[in-house]
Design a protein around this ligand. Structure first.
Ligand code: HEC
Ligand code: HEC
Ligand code: HEC
Ligand code: HEC
Ligand code: HEC
Ligand code: HEC
Length: 460
């Protein structure tokens, strides 16, 4: 049974009478466009879920087997979600009858917490403007693999070698437009190495809001056919069943035929899976996306000339690590090459497994271990997300790690304007630098740690 749908549908349609004493209306918006009780739809839904759990606690054990874990916060469930989560028939705020003033704001209505988060929270991928303060220790809060768009609002000014550097927040990632949430910056005219217009970039440039792309049991991906039973993004997602069900593609990403602002995708969405609790601090454990295949080709839709071999000399992508496999596995930190394949994986430098086999990918995705196995010679390719995140990061060019100065750790400290490594701080406080590394303890690195290109190249 497709349990992921169960939560949202039963919460909305079957359990809408009372939740912990509070009346639950349907989802929807008042005439002024706000939600019925002033909360973002996401929170609305979460409360509905809590109520569902509470009322189900008194139900039969048989009902409980549907599993709260996967029901806890379903909405898209791999396909098209309840229309009214995004559309309003009589009180819309923008074209296509959207609930907010543009597409990005409609998505962030749920994907950014209107009341503010204090720690990484489920499917949230943005931090509110008022919770951010660059240079004063208030960094974006979410730690999802794609990254928190809030980094786009973290601009830094600092002096290096006598020059004043103005590092615009806009350089930290994909500047999506979402006016209600304060994302209005347009960075450059087009995608570097391509023609996609920066002024049009939003969530649906990359994600199919209706989630029509679906993966069948034989691995093919189409927009129509068997019904979508659940998300295909997770290592515990139910598999598609031949002749019976399909599953959503990884992260509802756009596939062949998706056309936005003059650019058409000609490749399938990348193959990958991740653990359902992916938005977590990496202070103790690592969250490992199992990337399979196709990411570089997918990114190249909008960046055809960037890091491919057409037109310019660029870093290889979709290329086997080959002899660098041994380097990756031995490299622990600057000056320490004593690592081994069994424990060498680092989520700051991931790679693709070069496979479309979801059973393999599911066995690799994890969120509950610090030590995880590294690459083997036969598989494992370098790809765009080996160095970049997909949404935004704490560093220029949306890189996973610092690349502008020689030391990412200096004298045992993450550089901060508030500590003894201030010379390498690039305007950040120590807390902001640490946040950019998803809260990893500085002891994970050498006391004089150089940039993480060295994980594959060991030039340090
Ligand atoms: C996750 C948010 C979301 C959900 C859920 C959603 N839509 Fe949409 N829909 C959008 C967005 C965003 C657009 C506008 C796209 C644009 O302007 O480029 C849109 C556009 C449309 C359009 C006009 C363009 C087209 O593709 O024909 C129709 C019709 C539509 N949606 C119907 C539906 C129906 C019916 C449902 C429920 C079964 C639904 N939508 C659920 C976000 C959503
Ligand atoms: C009404 C609240 C709501 C709105 C509006 C909404 N989302 Fe979501 N989204 C969720 C929830 C809840 C989840 C986690 C559960 C799920 O995937 O069903 C989620 C998950 C996702 C995922 C991961 C899904 C997977 O299967 O891997 C993506 C990608 C996503 N949303 C994109 C979008 C985009 C793009 C928009 C706007 C077009 C949007 N969402 C609008 C609530 C919402
Ligand atoms: C340039 C393409 C692109 C844009 C624009 C984009 N996304 Fe994503 N998104 C991705 C990719 C690729 C992933 C998978 C990242 C990974 O697993 O490393 C992803 C992952 C996600 C996830 C899962 C959580 C995570 O961080 O991995 C959610 C939720 C999501 N996107 C929602 C959104 C919303 C909402 C917007 C607009 C505010 C948006 N995305 C804009 C490409 C994009
Ligand atoms: C739908 C088109 C589209 C797709 C797909 C896309 N990008 Fe982009 N990308 C853009 C645009 C437009 C810009 C320039 C605007 C900006 O930087 O905000 C950009 C900018 C960038 C930048 C520079 C960021 C900065 O802060 O200056 C990087 C790095 C990047 N993309 C990497 C990627 C990677 C990696 C992927 C695949 C996960 C990807 N892009 C997929 C459209 C796209
Ligand atoms: C080995 C690491 C690495 C890989 C792999 C990689 N990049 Fe980059 N990328 C960088 C670095 C470092 C920069 C910034 C400095 C530079 O351009 O030398 C950058 C810059 C960019 C920029 C901004 C360029 C500009 O002119 O503003 C874009 C866009 C980009 N990369 C896209 C991609 C895409 C798309 C892929 C995959 C096809 C990819 N990168 C793969 C490391 C990488
Ligand atoms: C995930 C592993 C990985 C990471 C991280 C990585 N590289 Fe590479 N790099 C490769 C592979 C694979 C090759 C191609 C094989 C080779 O040259 O040995 C390569 C080749 C190169 C080359 C030689 C290119 C040529 O045409 O001869 C340079 C220079 C380089 N990388 C620089 C960098 C820099 C700078 C960074 C950090 C921004 C970086 N690499 C990060 C895997 C990686």
């Amino acid at each position: 049974m497709p349990t992921e749908r169960c939560g949202s549908f039963s919460a909305k349609f079957d359990h809408n009478s009372s939740v912990q004493g509070k009346p639950i209306a349907r989802w929807g918006h008042k005439a002024d466009g706000s939600l019925r009780d002033g909360r973002a739809a996401g929170e609305y839904m979460e409360d509905t879920m809590k109520g569902l759990k509470w009322s189900m606690a008194v139900m039969t054990a048989a009902l409980l087997v549907v599993g709260f874990g996967s029901m806890a916060f379903a909405f898209h469930s791999g396909g098209v979600a309840q229309c009214e989560g995004c559309h309003s028939m009589h009180s819309a705020q923008s074209g296509a009858l959207l609930t907010k003033s543009d597409i990005g704001s409609t998505c962030l209505n749920c994907h950014e917490n209107a009341e503010g988060d204090t720690e990484p929270t489920r499917y949230h991928i943005s931090t509110r403007t008022q919770d951010l303060d660059a240079g004063n220790g208030k960094a974006p809060i979410q730690r999802s693999p794609g990254g928190d768009f809030g980094w786009l609002k973290m601009s830094y000014t600092y002096v290096t070698h006598g020059d004043t550097i103005n590092e615009a927040g806009a350089s930290h990632g994909h500047n999506i437009l979402a006016a209600d949430n304060g994302y209005t910056e347009i960075d450059g005219a087009t995608a570097p190495g391509g023609t996609f217009p920066s002024a049009q970039l939003t969530c649906t440039s990359c994600h199919d809001m209706h989630g029509q792309y679906r993966r069948f049991a034989d691995g093919t991906i189409k927009t129509t056919g068997l019904p979508i039973a659940n998300s295909g993004s997770y290592n515990d997602s139910a598999d598609p069943i031949s002749g019976s069900t399909a599953v959503g593609v990884f992260r509802l990403l756009a596939g062949k035929g998706w056309t936005q602002d003059g650019i058409q995708f000609v490749v399938d969405p990348p193959a990958a899976v991740v653990n359902k609790n992916y938005n977590k601090s990496e202070d103790v454990l690592q969250v490992r996306d199992a990337y399979g295949k196709g990411m570089a080709e997918w990114c190249s839709t909008c960046h055809p000339d960037m890091h491919t071999n057409s037109g310019r000399l660029t870093h290889p992508v979709s290329q086997n690590l080959a002899s660098l496999t041994a380097t990756y596995n031995s490299y622990v930190k600057s000056g320490d090459m004593t690592g081994s394949q069994l424990t060498s994986f680092n989520s700051l430098v991931p790679y693709e497994e070069d496979t479309l086999n979801y059973a393999t990918l599911k066995s690799i995705a994890s969120n509950n271990a610090k030590q995880q196995p590294g690459p083997t010679v036969t598989t494992s390719d370098v790809m765009c997300l080996s160095c970049h995140r997909a949404h935004a990061s704490g560093w220029p060019d949306m890189l996973r790690f610092e690349y502008q100065s020689e030391f990412m750790v200096y004298n045992g400290l993450y550089p901060g304007i508030d500590n003894a490594a201030a010379g390498y701080a690039m305007g950040r406080t120590e807390a902001e630098t640490k946040a950019a590394y998803y809260d990893r303890p500085v002891s994970d690195f050498s006391i004089y740690q150089r940039v993480l290109c060295n994980k594959c190249h060991a030039k340090d």
